[in-house]
Design a protein around this ligand. Structure first.
Ligand code: SF4
Length: 363
């Protein structure tokens, strides 16, 4: 059972399921018959973060953190739309806390009382430019998510792990219970959601099994998880504690495929993981791939060109297809708000581009 009562969430994972998952090997899964990716632009709305995870180079301390202006957001979105992208990927740290006075003052000057109300504005800019927003603003309360859910095609947050690990430690420690609560809130608000585990930050194999099963338990309850990323931690200027070895990644990826419902994609990020080596372990998605912007979370690890992904898919004899940031099964009134459905159904180039990627939806 995870999730302290303070976050109002309990996720029960039976021990027998954990034991079963721990026995899984890559030989227990079949390779996927198709691989998908979404074409995105990365928009690092703010590098402020209330946490200080020891493996993370994304966040900047107070005084150094950036906040993109509405004009900068528009310019990035226009560049992405021109390059044929469909997804505006808004990345954040996590709520900038009180230490980030400059960020709060700037938001105030621009007329926003919170980073979430500014995110809503940024998502509206993305929609105007012909991109579907997918925001990853860290942990969110129900009130925060309600501000932005309507203008996002899908949202996400990495669970990373249900374990208490030292890498999240320090005075402002990230709490797995709060992450699970964010996942549950997304389910309650019917937001198609992406999450994932981060491998190699001090968690055990059992912790990985528990984390995957906790995600599956929430999906069983709400049906909202569209993809689960199995991401290795990578070395950088703040993290020199190594990355998981290829065999570990193969085993954990296979565990994800076995733990998760068949409709949930298992995603391997091609700029961080040895994807060629994982295709027989159940990977069926490469996630967002950007033809125009850097991966601001892992800037030292450039995106492989789309041509390289095609070669990888060819080598495995599987088809590579582009998808929207929201998976096809969620494109309906049940899951998407009127502003997002209107954008998908609109006349004009952006609408045509979205609809071309939706084979099984009648308009
Ligand atoms: S991993 Fe996320 S929550 Fe942790 S410091 Fe980096 S941006 Fe903040």
């Amino acid at each position: 059972m995870f999730g302290p009562a303070e976050y109002g969430i309990d996720v029960e994972v039976p021990t027998t399921e954990i034991e079963h998952l721990l026995s899984v090997t890559p030989l227990d899964v079949k390779p996927a018959s198709e691989l998908s990716f979404a074409r995105n632009v990365f928009i690092p709305l703010t590098t402020a973060c209330r946490y200080t995870c020891t493996y993370c180079t994304y966040y900047d301390p107070p005084g150094a953190a950036s906040l993109l202006s509405p004009q900068e957001v528009r310019e990035i979105c226009e560049r992405g739309a021109e390059a044929g992208c469909t997804e505006a990927l808004f990345t954040f740290g996590d709520d900038p806390d009180d230490r980030y006075t400059e960020i709060h003052e700037r938001l105030d000057e621009w007329g926003f009382d919170s980073i979430h109300s500014y995110l809503r504005e940024a998502c509206e800019i993305a929609l105007e430019c012909g991109l579907l927003p997918h925001s990853n603003p860290g942990d969110q309360t129900r009130e925060q998510m309600e501000i932005v859910a309507e203008v996002n095609a899908s949202m996400g947050v990495m669970l990373e792990t249900t374990a208490e690990v030292q890498a999240h430690g320090g005075p402002r420690s990230k709490d797995p219970g709060q992450r699970l609560a964010t996942l549950a809130t997304a389910g309650e608000l019917r937001v198609p959601f992406t999450t994932g585990i981060l491998v190699g930050i001090g968690e055990t194999m059992r912790d990985r099994a528990e984390s995957l099963l906790a995600i599956e338990a929430l999906h069983q309850q709400y049906g909202h998880i569209q993809e689960v990323i199995v991401q290795p931690v990578v070395e950088n200027e703040r993290w020199q504690n190594g990355s998981p070895d290829p065999e570990t990644m193969r085993r954990v990826t296979a565990m994800a495929r076995v733990a998760l419902s068949g409709e949930i994609s298992v995603q391997s990020p091609p700029n961080l993981a040895p994807v060629e080596n994982l295709l027989d372990c159940g990977v069926d998605d490469f996630g967002g791939v950007s033809p125009v912007t850097d991966d601001h979370i892992n800037p030292e690890y450039a995106w492989p060109a789309l041509r390289e992904l095609e070669e990888i898919a060819d080598g495995a004899n599987v088809e590579l297809s582009e998808r929207l940031p929201v998976h096809e099964r969620y494109v309906s009134e049940e899951w998407l708000s009127p502003p997002i459905l209107d954008a998908i159904e609109a006349d004009g180039e952006a609408g045509r581009r979205y609809r071309a990627l939706l084979e099984n939806v009648d308009f």
